[in-house]
Design a protein around this ligand. Structure first.
Ligand SMILES: O=C([O-])CC(=O)C(=O)O
Ligand SMILES: [Mg+2]
Length: 590
């Protein structure tokens, strides 16, 4: 009894004061010890969960998998029916149940309920059935969930920071039950996937992204924090919806917006330290670029839509070269969409080309053309362009439509990133196939409804010539007796491993070379068998191994650049990454 108590106390202390390990965590996180009399502190207690509360705590609940011994030791005898079953059997039962739902949204809700009931079982399902469940907890179903978030809302997930919390954000962060946070995904809901402004209901996105951080990248769930910043919404439908969960006002902009964001960024760093990764997700263009530029030098920030997408697409393009031949610099790229994804990808391609060919960036950018809603971006439009589009305004006469731009530029790769569906028409795809033996066609916009074209359209219209990948998943397509498997060019390939690489090396800043390193690691994971099927991405079923390789390459770059703080540098970074990864098997309770 004596020793058990001692052990318990030791465990309690380690919870109270996490040791400074690779996994992060600093002593006196809340500044209770340092606080002066005027400063606010949070009173904390740590207690041992038992009995009914143990069953109700999703972090510890194991349902019928509690053993006889655990049922006695933890005062849960009688609170469960007599059967004791394994986690595997629970998984089988849950998968059977989920498959019985016809609608993806019902499956989504079943998964979210599982996450709230039994966290380890949720992750076991997601990891073991990743290809089946990714489209449920992530793109495309998560988009529909955000649209209907108000009416399917049962229990809050993540942290909501609205204009009402101005001046109190540090206190709000302290209300979150976990103290040691490694990754935050934050949105302001203004550009959710290609669905536009969903205001506070954008919360589904940070929740979904962080579930992937854990399932695909092995970051512990307790160190992930989803946050939605609510500054209002300009979505009239939501403002008039009686079930809307957010602030019922038009979006705050200008100084009011930037002050709230600044308070948020400062409070996060004050509360969690320098090594917490803040991933910006689904902000509108104007804010996304500005926030990344503003905080990139003071915080560990990463914009998934600009940088993550860029790294994924570059990996796919590099892999595609194995099928089309030549180097990156031999290609000509045309983008439809000149927002975060389009310009982010374009810039990373230009950077990689420049590294490969030793040509200056200004030169390599000239191989890349962008079309926005006003047509081809050309030098005569320069004055009126937003700053992030200016580098792409090359010498050319004005061209109004995508089809005319395709005919004029004759790109080898066509990349859609405008968030607008059905824009790669039959004529556009046919034109691509008329001057390329193997045209690269990437329809990146999400969710499926916003995809520039479907996989079947790309293969049929190009007569099986296209090398195709898309942001949302599509099923394999039969054309002329051959099966084509479309790849999913989705940032889910990169951000989980990228984040793990930053966390495990204790990186304090993100550098573009790390994005190139992630991209290289992903491209290297595509096997000859994948290429045979026309795939330019490896299957998601291997994602944890892929993430470990990405993490290792990113961490190596962080060490090389002197941006890593976890010293000494581990010998074998892939092994080290694997050893850091969260596994969802149940733990035994003493
Ligand atoms: O969530 C996804 O599927 C990819 C992404 O970041 C976006 O489309 O904004
Ligand atoms: Mg996004």
């Amino acid at each position: 009894m004596e020793s058990t108590l001692k052990e318990l106390r030791a465990e309690g202390e380690s919870v109270m004061k996490p040791k400074c390990t690779v996994a992060g965590g600093v002593e006196d996180t809340y500044g209770e010890d340092r606080a002066t009399e005027e400063q606010l502190v949070t009173p904390w207690t740590v207690s041992v969960a038992s009995g009914y509360s143990l069953l109700r705590d999703p972090r510890f609940n194991k349902g019928l998998a509690f053993t006889e011994k655990e049922r006695d030791a933890h005062y849960i005898r009688g609170l469960l029916p007599p059967a004791c079953i394994t986690q595997e059997l629970q998984e089988k039962k849950l998968m059977n149940n989920i498959r019985q739902y016809q609608l993806p949204l019902q499956r989504y809700m079943a998964m979210m309920e599982l996450e709230e009931r039994n966290e380890r079982l949720f992750y076991k399902l997601l990891i073991d059935n990743v290809e089946e469940l990714l489209p449920i907890v992530y793109t495309p179903t998560v988009g529909e969930a955000c649209q209907k978030y108000g009416s399917i809302f049962r229990r809050p997930q993540g942290l909501f920071i609205s204009l009402k919390e101005k001046g109190k954000i540090l206190e709000v962060l302290k209300n979150w039950p976990e103290k040691s946070i490694q990754v935050i995904v934050v949105t302001d809901g203004e550009r959710i996937l290609g669905l536009g402004d969903l205001g506070c209901q954008g919360m589904g996105i940070p929740v979904g992204k962080l579930a992937l951080y854990t399932a695909l990248g092995g970051i512990r769930p307790s160190s992930c924090l989803p946050i939605t910043i609510d500054v209002g919404t300009n979505n009239e439908k939501l403002l008039g919806d009686e079930f809307y969960i957010g602030l019922r006002q038009k979006r705050a902009t200008g100084q009011e917006y930037s002050e709230l964001l600044h308070e948020f960024m400062t409070s996060v760093k004050q509360n969690y330290g320098e090594k917490v990764l803040i991933q910006f997700e689904d902000f509108a263009n104007h804010n996304a670029f500005e926030l990344l530029a503003k905080y990139g030098t003071t915080h560990l920030v990463f914009n998934d839509d600009i940088q993550g997408t860029a790294s994924v697409v570059l990996a796919g393009l590099v892999a595609a070269l194995k099928l089309v031949g030549g180097t990156l610099a031999d290609q000509t790229f045309l983008f439809l969409g000149a927002g975060e994804a389009g310009t982010g990808i374009a810039e990373l391609i230009a950077l990689q080309m420049s590294k490969e060919s030793k040509a200056p960036l200004e030169e390599t950018r000239k191989k890349i053309w962008l079309v926005d809603s006003r047509g081809l971006i050309v030098s005569s439009r320069k004055e009126s362009l937003q700053h992030f589009k200016k580098p792409w305004a090359h010498e050319h006469e004005p061209v109004g439509t995508l089809l005319d731009a395709v005919k004029a530029i004759k790109p080898t790769a066509l990349i859609g990133s405008s968030g607008v569906g059905k824009t790669f028409t039959k004529e556009v795809v046919e034109a691509m196939a008329s001057f390329n033996e193997k045209p690269i066609i990437l329809a990146l916009s999400n969710p499926t409804s916003q995809s520039e074209c479907t996989a079947a359209e790309a293969y049929n219209w190009s007569k099986g010539q296209a090398i195709f990948a898309s942001g949302s998943p599509f099923d394999p397509v039969e054309y002329n007796g051959k099966t084509f498997v479309p790849g999913q060019a989705n940032n889910a390939y990169i951000f989980p491993g990228f984040g793990l690489g930053l966390v495990m090396s204790g990186a304090i800043r993100v550098h573009d070379d790390m994005l190139l390193a992630a991209s290289e690691a992903l491209a290297n994971q595509v096997t000859p068998e994948n290429f045979d099927k026309g795939l330019i991405y490896p299957p998601f079923s291997n994602i944890r191994t892929i993430s470990a390789h990405i993490a290792a390459n990113v961490a190596a770059k962080a060490y090389d650049l002197g941006l890593a703080t976890r010293l000494p540098r581990p010998q074998d970074l892939v092994k080290y990454a694997e050893s850091c990864m969260y596994t969802p098997v149940y733990r035994s309770y003493r």
